[in-house]
Design a protein around this ligand. Structure first.
Ligand SMILES: [Zn+2]
Length: 474
């Protein structure tokens, strides 16, 4: 028997998780956090339940191994729940992914603990019993101990009958597509997981390199209906917004994923500064996770793209902007909101669903002249999506906040491949007529990509929902 259970990012973009099952073993590919709309569900009594609080169909004791595509929270965020439930098998990742996963989970565990403390203060006042966080820093620590490095292009046996090889995905540092060979009862099948695929020619990162053979391909579809707009226009707009807003003595607030987007933004700010297009404006990187991730980017320079000038600039990411301030503690973060000095604040989480960015938005959204720059994908139901959709009022910690700030949407910093790049990605594999399954996309983009793939290769892609099982061999 060979089958794959799709446990997340099906009909949405968060909570990525696949369970590969044979008669001898079970291997999990990614275990991401659900965010926004994907995170909310109701039980039989109509009560709201947190989807992230349960491992669902995954039995940690029956699991032989976990394999990661990349470190983003929506691909790794529930790993500490596995260790909390007693899992102590290996977690395979590229070396850079392993380092970044540590930064992501440390941050996420801190947020889980803080959010639960805040909730419990309210519950105490209401006479209710306190809640436990879904995981703690200790559970996250246990994850780091299990991570095993697998470099790109090296075959590794991860479980009985299961081998993997990592291919560059070009999405964030260490990101990979997985070619998995699965053998059971004399049958061998090749399963490819695209992971999140980056755009070609992005600064810092190498271009994606797809595998060449497969019987079954899981392909992400985030931007299945849109072309990647290219970065140059967005970079120009970003620099103009920063210049004008600072000139008017106001603040620029940028929600950004700690990994990938933050380094890209810093890179462009440094380039503009070096080119004399931007004065030495104060830039606050208010995210310990982003700070650590930037250090990991510096450590793995062997993974950077080869263009020498880019590489040279990249190595100066941290000291390139004299005015770059890295904020560690929550007190420093709060102090930032006690003065109104003009500055740029970059903080997470990327979709404004938690983290320090929420506090900065609460203090600044209602101020005319503030510029909020949205640079990433905002999943449905997230605070970021509401701002992107032009909400005039939002709720933050249950308080209504008027949106008087200027909201700017810049598409060019996306870490995801555009439609044409997604259509071209499986080209070599399509010669073997594999089954094609689209995941990691909302319904519209996913259906649009399926139509494009049908035109180009004559195949009908499958569009599973959460919980669906793809059978490969009986
Ligand atoms: Zn990602």
């Amino acid at each position: 028997m060979i089958q794959v259970r799709v446990l997340g990012a099906a009909g949405g973009v968060t909570g990525s998780a696949y369970l590969v099952e044979t008669s001898q073993t079970k291997v999990l590919v990614d275990l991401g956090m659900f965010q926004g709309r994907d995170a909310r569900s109701t039980n039989g009594n109509g009560e709201r339940v947190d989807v992230n609080a349960s491992l669902g169909a995954i039995d940690p004791r029956a699991l032989a191994a976990v394999v990661l595509t990349h470190a983003h929270l929506d691909h790794t965020g529930r790993l500490p729940m596995l260790t909390r439930a007693g899992y102590n098998g290996p977690i395979f990742a590229t070396p850079a992914s392993g380092d970044l996963t540590e930064a992501v989970l440390r941050d996420s565990a801190g947020i889980q603990e803080q959010d639960t403390q805040r909730e419990n203060r309210k519950r105490e006042r209401a006479g209710l019993d306190p809640l436990e966080p879904i995981y703690t820093k200790q559970d996250a620590e246990a994850v780091y101990q299990l991570i095993k490095d697998v470099p790109y292009a090296k075959e590794a046996q991860v479980a009985p009958g299961v081998k993997i090889r990592y291919y560059e995905a070009g999405h964030i540092l260490g990101s990979a597509s997985i070619a998995m060979s699965v053998s059971d009862a004399g049958v061998t099948k090749k399963i490819v997981f695209s992971g999140d695929i980056g755009p070609r020619d992005a600064p810092i990162l190498r271009d994606p390199e797809p595998p060449s053979e497969a019987d079954l391909v899981f392909l992400e579809s985030t931007y299945g209906d849109k072309e990647h707009p290219g970065t140059s226009a967005s970079v120009e707009r970003l620099i103009r917004i920063v210049r004008d807003t600072i000139f008017n003595k106001q603040r620029v607030i940028i929600p950004a994923f700690a990994i990938g987007r933050t380094q890209l933004l810093l890179y462009h700010l440094i380039c503009a500064h070096e080119a004399g297009e931007l004065a030495d404006v104060p830039v606050y990187l208010d995210s310990p996770a982003a700070k650590r991730a930037t250090e990991v980017y510096m450590k793995h320079t062997n993974l950077h793209d080869v263009e020498a000038t880019r590489l040279a600039r990249c190595q100066r990411l941290v000291d390139g902007l004299k005015s770059l301030r890295l904020i560690e503690t929550a007190n420093e973060s709060r102090a930032l909101n006690e003065s109104w000095d003009p500055c740029v604040i970059i903080a997470g989480s990327g979709m404004c669903e938690g983290g320090r960015i929420v506090h900065h938005l609460r203090h600044n959204l209602w101020r005319r002249g503030t510029a909020v720059v949205l640079v990433g994908y905002m999943a449905e139901g997230t605070l970021g999506r509401k701002l992107a959709d032009g909400a005039e009022q939002v709720y933050i910690f249950n308080d209504p906040i008027a949106v008087r700030a200027d909201i700017h949407k810049l598409d060019g910093f996306s870490a995801h491949a555009g439609r044409s790049e997604l259509l071209a990605w499986p080209e070599k594999m399509m010669r073997g007529r594999p089954r094609l399954v689209l995941t990691h996309g909302e319904d519209g983009p996913r259906a649009a990509l399926a139509a494009g793939l049908k035109d180009r290769y004559g195949v009908t892609a499958e569009l599973p929902m959460r919980g669906d099982v793809i059978h490969l061999a009986p």
